[in-house]
Design a binder for this molecule. Structure first.
Ligand SMILES: Nc1ncnc2c1ncn2[C@@H]1O[C@H](COP(=O)(O)OP(=O)(O)OP(=O)(O)O)[C@@H](O)[C@H]1O
Length: 275
């Protein structure tokens, strides 16, 4: 397959290294399982000011090794979307830094961040965000065309085959089920062979059968293609597909679990909600 495996071995065990908080300025924490697709180093995000200030993230340090699948969970308002948005360069931390591969995102211009996101990060959203006027093939190759890169027919075919949509090349999104549309979105996220795939509630709009298929596909792109997936979810069933589940509470890391069961995740969430 041209869409090549970079990490066929499925990694388990400690995924997120929560480094000591007392880092010397400018130093990245030492992670036990390098290299990381993305690292957050003492990242805080504050919205508003003075009395309306909200500290959405509070000194979060975490690293996500390449070829791993991580779910981010926490109560509503705990900072999950802010965490994902900072990791993906969609939002700028108020302090701390985010390093994508070996690229520090701090101080980058909006244009540079836009290009980094376009070229190196794949996004999958709850609402699919496909363009209804375009065919499946044109939706999938849009990131390439926006970057003025050539569209390689073989690459397109292999990505569509990887998500099980080879037959639906010329269909419009309205001619597909919700699950199929989300698989188109995943193919679009993969077309650039990104360093990181960020998924925000990717099964939130799907019934359980389609949701299971999408989760199995996210698992497959990690196991077979060596992709790195960071997924925000409220759903313990979805999170149980991940190698590691990271919990947030009040903008801070509140622990992690390695290959937990649905029941273990649900129980942990119940206790987080009580805090
Ligand atoms: N643009 C913004 N302006 C002001 N406050 C914000 C903004 N975005 C998020 N917040 C606040 O930051 C905190 C964290 O929000 P965030 O959306 O990251 O949480 P979440 O865990 O993803 O929540 P949910 O599960 O409900 O989607 C919340 O208190 C939220 O109200």
């Amino acid at each position: 397959m041209k869409f090549n495996s970079r990490n066929p071995s499925r990694r388990r065990g400690t995924l997120v290294a929560t480094a000591p908080q007392s880092l010397r300025p400018g130093a990245l924490p030492t992670f036990t399982t390098p290299p990381c697709a993305v690292q957050l180093d003492s990242v805080s995000k504050v919205y508003g000011s003075d009395r309306s200030e909200v500290r959405a993230l509070d000194g979060v340090t975490a690293g996500f090794p390449r070829g791993t699948f991580t779910a981010v969970m926490g109560p509503s308002g705990s900072g999950k979307s802010t965490f994902l948005n900072c990791a993906a360069g969609l939002d700028r931390p108020t302090s701390g830094r985010v390093v994508l591969g070996d690229t520090d995102l701090s101080g980058r211009s909006e244009t540079e961040l836009t290009e980094l996101r376009r070229d190196r990060i794949g996004f999958v959203f709850q609402a699919y965000n496909l363009l209804g006027a375009l065919t499946v093939a044109d939706n999938v190759t849009l990131p390439l065309r926006l970057a003025e890169k050539p569209v390689d027919a073989e690459q397109l075919a292999s990505v569509l085959a990887a998500v099980g949509l080879a037959e639906h090349h010329d269909r419009r999104p309205s001619q597909l089920s919700g699950g199929q549309q989300q698989r188109v979105a995943i193919a679009r996220a993969l077309i650039n062979r990104p360093d990181l795939v960020c998924a925000d509630e990717p099964t939130g709009a799907l019934d359980s059968r389609n949701g299971r298929q999408v989760l199995a596909l996210l698992r497959k792109i990690v196991d077979d293609l060596g992709q790195t997936v960071l997924m925000v979810t409220h759903d313990p069933v979805a999170a149980a597909q991940a190698d590691t589940v990271v919990f947030l509470a009040d903008g801070r890391l509140a622990g992690e679990m390695t290959r937990p069961s649905v029941e273990q995740i649900a129980e942990r969430m119940t206790h987080l909600g009580e805090q």
